[in-house]
Design a protein around this ligand. Structure first.
Ligand SMILES: Cc1cc2nc3c(=O)[nH]c(=O)nc-3n(C[C@H](O)[C@H](O)[C@H](O)COP(=O)(O)OP(=O)(O)OC[C@H]3O[C@@H](n4cnc5c(N)ncnc54)[C@H](O)[C@@H]3O)c2cc1C
Length: 481
């Protein structure tokens, strides 16, 4: 084994709020490299964890053992072993370290597109699957729901292709390689939080390229909340950005954002992004203005509610039309110095409405007792129930509540923890990739996730020796060792 690695090198996530000094950092360039790394780690008695592009704010990607960077595993692959009678949607197969950005370009070149994506595109394919990353639109599940097949390097360096029972691969055409076609195995492995092995490749169902029109309309939560059900029924993508603090009128300002397919594909070429709030895009991508914004919030925390109202006013927009992957990407707002928690609450029983009431109370209480402010907006996104066993949307249509904070907010993490507790009481489940304080105590995961034991059974089979354990898996009580 002669694979190069770095020792005593610090690895940091994209925001810089998570870092670790693993024993080794590898940058494999092939499937064979991956298999060797797992085998060497097991020989050395060390754990392994793959990382994508480090866009998780939680500790989910950290490892103290051998860290595997996947930035050299981003090539398109052939869809191999396809059943002759396959007549489903178009499929694309890529190495799992490819970023969504490059995947979108690859698809656009072929006249294709993802049916759904999150609000950003710098994450990797394996990264978005591992944490059940999602967009918004109640007829569309998280991105993992569009995967049809996974090639995983499991414990022992064993390579196994995992699909549902009716998966697209023909066992006879798969040349004696290990193929596991089983619903539970697939639904467990697809949202694996790095604990199921290293994903080498994924095959996704995609569709013909399409365009979207986005409209962002200023409103108030008090108006918008009564229209959620009807709006979800008629809009492909629908989300709300909200200020938790009331205006003088007592109403909470929000933006209602709708995105729908358009036939009116007006080609806007290079200037299309600039036409969406061009000066906000410019201000957000510069380092200086957000830096001063953070300073102001630090010195004058009481100004946070007003600033959020201002920001919402700036974000309102009559129309933005473009290729789907450009419109679904919320733009330079992703570059602002911020971190967030995101909690999944069920739509059933109006838990989502009660959740916002609870958050408004928590925000007011922390302001009154400790002059601690929520320094960003709250994004509400709607996601179809997912079959993936440990997806936050497993088994229930969901409203995702993203609680965004400026990085320098004092008391920000404590406030996020208080929101989290309030939302757990309403059936909340935290996003694996966002800040959370979940622990393995009180049998919490088993109570949150009805299929938890089925997920564990698959994990035990793919990783019998605990090779893919990590500080995160220990914290939430899912370590194998
Ligand atoms: C600016 C920004 C915008 C975001 N927008 C959204 C959004 O719109 N919707 C949403 O739901 N989330 C969003 N997130 C969260 C983000 O999508 C997730 O945290 C995602 O998992 C990050 O992907 P990554 O490639 O950076 O993976 P990392 O953060 O590096 O890793 C995440 C997990 O994936 C595992 N992993 C990575 N590669 C592999 C592999 N090859 N094999 C096995 N496991 C692997 C890691 O071990 C880890 O458990 C956003 C985050 C940021 C910073």
């Amino acid at each position: 084994m002669s694979l190069a690695y770095q020792q005593r090198k610090r690895w940091k996530n994209h925001t810089g709020n998570q870092s670790v000094e693993p024993l080794r950092i590898y940058r494999p360039a092939s499937l064979q490299d991956l298999r060797e790394i797992v085998q060497v780690a097991e020989r050395d008695g060390v754990t392994v964890r793959a990382v994508g592009s480090g866009h998780s704010w939680s500790d989910v990607a950290l490892t103290t053992g051998y860290l595997v960077r996947t930035d050299r595993l981003g090539e398109p692959l052939e869809v191999d072993g396809l059943r002759r009678d396959y007549d489903g949607p178009a499929l694309v197969r890529v190495e799992a370290g490819m970023r969504i950005r490059e995947l979108n370009r690859l698809l656009a070149d072929r006249g294709l597109a993802l049916s759904q994506m999150g609000g950003y595109d710098a994450q990797t394919v394996a990264g978005v699957l591992a944490t059940s990353t999602h967009g918004s639109g109640i007829t569309l599940g998280p991105i993992c729901d569009f995967v049809r097949s996974l090639d995983v390097v499991a414990g022992g360096g064993r390579l196994v292709r995992i699909e549902r029972a009716d998966g697209p691969t023909d066992p006879a055409a798969f040349g004696g390689r290990e193929l596991r076609q089983d619903d539970d195995a697939f639904d467990a492995a697809v949202v694996g939080m790095g604990c199921m092995g290293v994903v080498y490749a994924a095959t996704l169902a995609v569709e013909d390229a399409y365009w979207l029109t986005e409209v962002r309309e200023l409103s108030s939560w008090e108006q918008a909340r009564d229209q959620i059900a009807s709006a979800l029924a008629v809009n492909r993508h629908y989300e709300i950005y909200l200020n938790l603090y009331p205006r003088q009128s007592g109403e909470h300002r929000c933006i209602v954002c709708r995105r729908n397919r358009t036939k009116d594909a007006r080609r806007r070429r290079a200037t299309d992004r600039l036409r969406r709030h061009w000066w906000i895009e410019l201000a957000s991508s510069s380092k200086i203005l957000p830096f001063f914004g953070n300073l102001i919030l630090d010195a004058l925390p009481d100004s946070a509610p007003r600033r959020t109202d201002q920001l919402l006013g700036w974000l309102a927009d009559n129309e933005y039309t473009g290729p789907s992957f450009k419109v679904l990407n919320i733009g330079a707002a992703n570059l602002l110095p911020a971190y967030s928690s995101e909690i999944a609450v069920p739509l059933e029983g109006n838990a989502h409405i009660r959740a916002i009431d609870a958050l408004i109370d928590v925000a007011a209480r922390h302001r009154d007792l400790g002059r601690v402010y929520h320094t960003g907006m709250v994004a509400l996104r709607f996601v179809k129930a997912s079959p993936a066993l440990m997806s936050m949307m497993h088994g229930r249509d969901t409203m995702m509540i993203e609680l965004i904070h400026a990085t320098e907010s004092e008391g920000g993490y404590e406030l996020l923890g208080a929101y989290e507790d309030a939302l757990y009481a309403l059936g909340g489940r935290p996003h694996w990739g966002q800040v959370n304080t979940l622990t393995g105590s009180h049998d919490t995961l088993r109570r949150m996730y009805p299929a938890f034991d089925r997920w564990l059974a698959v994990r035990d089979e793919l990783d019998p020796g605990g090779t893919f354990d990590s500080p995160f898996s220990k914290r939430v009580g899912i370590s194998r060792r």
